[in-house]
Design a protein around this ligand. Structure first.
Ligand SMILES: Cc1cc2nc3c(=O)[nH]c(=O)nc-3n(C[C@H](O)[C@H](O)[C@H](O)COP(=O)(O)O)c2cc1C
Length: 228
């Protein structure tokens, strides 16, 4: 481990990090071009990201939660997006699930750097129904279904061997080709958005930032441009 103030860190020197910058493109995001509905705008950008050969896992999003006044972030995969909200799946006993039970206010960040784009969603997390979780669980590959049984996500694990032993135990219990029930500790969350911000990188750091906020009285989306 190098010292914190050394000019050299393993693999890359500090001057190289400092020199990292790109100039962003000409493609803008204007009030006239953006969809009037932010979910439709999001779906358009998600489709473009999914079709971009440079972007891997276009549906990956950084979920940030706050509990005990402490923020934590991690990546999860978006599995559905509708007018109702943004859905992903996880372990209901995990650190993130406990955080959302304590404080449902979360943010989601989609980092589509290769397209000079970022979307930030702020909203409230809610569990989806057991039957919707079970329907989605049934579509997962068998090995992932067994993985969901085998992992006490976020709990201390003594060794990798213990995890693999768990996986084998459940693989014997629910052999490949049979229907694997959804573990009770596994399911989906939906994030109901109150704010959705679209960021498009532009020249001279004059980026476009357009943010939709849901008006609490009318439930209509209100669009604002922000300084970058
Ligand atoms: C690309 C990527 C996708 C991931 N997708 C999920 C996911 O959909 N659900 C999930 O529970 N964890 C997913 N993870 C793992 C989480 O980032 C995290 O390590 C795990 O959920 C435990 O988080 P927690 O202890 O804060 O609850 C993913 C990680 C990466 C890098």
């Amino acid at each position: 481990m190098g010292e914190q103030n050394s000019d050299e860190v393993a693999g890359i020197d500090r001057a190289a990090i400092n020199a990292m910058r790109r100039s962003y493109g000409e493609e803008g995001l204007t009030e006239s071009a953006i969809a009037a509905d932010p979910i439709i705008q999001f779906q358009n950008w998600l489709k473009a990201a999914a079709e971009n050969s440079v972007i891997v896992e276009a549906n990956a999003m950084v979920l940030s939660t706050v509990s005990d006044s402490t923020p934590t972030s991690r990546t999860v995969l978006l599995k559905d997006v509708t007018q109702e909200g943004f859905t992903f799946f996880t372990n209901y006993n995990s650190r993130k699930a406990n955080a959302m039970a304590e404080n449902p206010n979360v943010s989601l960040l989609f980092p589509w750097y290769a397209m000079e784009r970022q979307v930030i969603v702020i909203g409230k997390a809610e569990r989806i129904s057991e039957s919707d979780s079970a329907s989605y669980f049934a579509t997962r590959p068998w090995s992932s279904q067994i993985g969901a049984w085998a992992s006490s996500q976020s709990q201390k694990l003594e060794s990798r061997a213990e995890l693999e032993k768990n996986w084998e135990k459940f693989a014997l219990q629910y052999p490949e080709g049979t229907a694997v029930p959804k573990p009770p500790h596994w399911g989906g969350f939906i994030i109901r958005a109150t704010s959705i911000e679209f960021w498009q990188g532009r020249y001279s750091r004059l980026h476009d930032r357009l943010r939709f906020t849901r008006d609490s009285a009318s439930a209509n989306w209100v669009l604002q441009r922000l300084y970058p």
